[in-house]
Write a protein that binds this ligand. Structure first.
Ligand SMILES: *[C@@H]1O[C@H](CO)[C@@H](O)[C@H](O)[C@H]1NC(C)=O
Ligand SMILES: *[C@@H]1O[C@H](CO)[C@@H](O)[C@H](O)[C@H]1NC(C)=O
Ligand SMILES: *[C@@H]1O[C@H](CO)[C@@H](O)[C@H](O)[C@H]1NC(C)=O
Ligand SMILES: *[C@@H]1O[C@H](CO)[C@@H](O)[C@H](O)[C@H]1NC(C)=O
Ligand SMILES: *[C@@H]1O[C@H](CO)[C@@H](O)[C@H](O)[C@H]1NC(C)=O
Length: 398
């Protein structure tokens, strides 16, 4: 490169820098003006004007001069800086093709806070309240803050200090602005459907009920299993197995082979919250060929694969449930009916974080929190974690 050329480049660059600085200078006071907010002690009910946006979809970036949205990942994810799957491309039936990551400029650089269209936080990795208040004061009015969590409200740090700050929820809840579920399924096109019913899924299964449990704190499901054991053998694996007098472990590498010998698997959630169905259900629909017996706060008839599970809440008593499992143990035809769904449906793969944004696409207009910025009301009160406990308890106390 000749020196004149270099000089020319330098001059161009300098000019550009100066222009950028001038623009920032011109815009900065405006932004600060916009952000001068009511900092009274209660920040729970903020002026919704804070979130005014154009009526067009936030995902259809309205930014002048660029076609992508900047997504700032502000927190880690369980301590990991890089969020799993955030840079992956994705495919899903809802997306019809791939969700181009060109739509999003994902960054971890907090220096890009002011230019970010979306700022993503993980509920379990939140900065301190004072830090949150500090950056909230700088939040541009067109910026969206996303609150993401996959744990239940019972395992979520106190959200009250965050009330009034967030615009978008991304959780497993169906009524989240962006739903991120633990699993999904789709209908297999008719021409690809095979007749799986010829297979006998009970072959090689010598045992009845298995349960893998590591969290020993959840009382309700433990009481349930103690009760269930009065009527049917339940083999308990994992950290909690000691409490059942049968210390067994299920090492990751061979766990599948161990489970394969069982006909049933207890997919009991640790809390019974609205829509909360975790991998305890989704992960065991594969080639272990096992029927999940589910207990949870979700409406399984809406969220789980039709015909793929046995719901404890469909029975009046624990004994009724045990009787039914014994019946299925005896009737191979009836047992195999729990695998009929595989003819019609198949499980989806993992969904990356970005796919959730893309899937929502242009329909992200009726933002829950945008209008009612009370995160605690949405997450904790509407999360309904205590409604079904009584129903389950009644199965042996009534
Ligand atoms: C701050 O908020 C309170 C209650 O929402 C309101 O009464 C008060 O006028 C606000 N102050 C300013 C400066 O906006
Ligand atoms: C999916 O996209 C293809 C081409 O982009 C189009 O022909 C097809 O109709 C789309 N399908 C649905 C269900 O939208
Ligand atoms: C992200 O932004 C940088 C500069 O701001 C740009 O160079 C890059 O091409 C962008 N990436 C995408 C995928 O839009
Ligand atoms: C076994 O299950 C099948 C299918 O549900 C049912 O039609 C049949 O009557 C059952 N047999 C007995 C002996 O209960
Ligand atoms: C996105 O923006 C473009 C350009 O402004 C517009 O033509 C298009 O209709 C918008 N799409 C949606 C889904 O709003």
């Amino acid at each position: 490169m000749t020196s004149t050329k270099v000089q020319m480049y330098m001059q161009c660059f300098l000019a550009l820098v100066i222009i950028v600085i001038i623009i920032i200078w011109a815009l900065l006071p405006l932004k600060i003006e916009l952000k001068k907010k009511n900092t009274s002690a209660s920040i729970s009910k903020l002026d919704p004007g804070n979130g005014e946006v154009s009526s067009s979809s936030p995902l259809n970036s309205t930014r002048v001069g660029r076609k992508w949205s900047v997504l700032l990942v502000y927190t880690g994810f369980f301590g990991e800086q890089e969020w799993f799957g955030i840079n992956e491309d994705c495919k899903s039936p809802q997306l019809n093709g791939s969700c181009s990551k060109d739509l999003f400029n994902v960054t971890y650089d907090k220096g890009r806070f002011l230019e970010s269209d979306y700022v993503l936080f993980h509920g379990r990795d939140m900065p301190s309240t004072s830090h949150m208040r500090m950056i909230w004061k700088k939040k541009p009015s067109s910026q969206f803050w996303i609150y993401h969590i996959m744990e239940s409200p019972k395992a979520t740090p106190d959200t009250r200090p965050l009330d009034g700050m967030f615009d978008i929820t991304m959780t497993y809840r169906v009524d989240s602005d962006i739903r991120r579920s633990y699993g999904w399924y789709e209908e297999i096109p008719l021409k690809d459907q095979k007749n799986v019913l010829q297979e006998d899924f009970s072959v090689g299964k010598t045992k009845l009920v298995s349960w893998m449990v590591s969290n020993c704190n959840a009382q309700l499901r433990k009481l349930f299993v103690h009760e269930l054991q009065k009527y049917i053998a339940v083999d308990v694996f994992g950290m909690c197995s000691r409490e059942f007098g049968q210390p067994k472990s299920c090492p990751k590498e061979s766990c599948k082979d161990i489970i394969k010998k069982y006909k049933f698997y207890l997919s009991f959630e640790n809390v019974l919250c609205k829509d909360y169905i975790t991998e305890k259900y989704w992960l065991h629909l594969g080639d272990e060929n096992i029927v999940p017996v589910v207990m949870g706060g979700a409406d399984y008839s809406k969220l789980a694969i039709p015909g793929s599970y046995i719901n404890v809440l469909d029975f009046n008593t624990v004994k009724d449930l045990a009787d039914y499992l014994h019946y299925l143990d005896q009737n191979i035809t009836a047992y195999n009916e729990y695998f009929k769904w595989r003819k019609r449906y198949r499980m989806g793969g993992e969904w990356s974080v970005l796919c959730q944004f893309c899937e929502k696409g242009s329909s992200l207009t009726g933002l829950q929190l945008k209008h009612n910025q009370d995160l605690t009301d949405f997450w904790v009160r509407q999360g309904k974690c205590d409604e079904k406990d009584q129903l389950v308890r009644k199965m042996w106390t009534a």
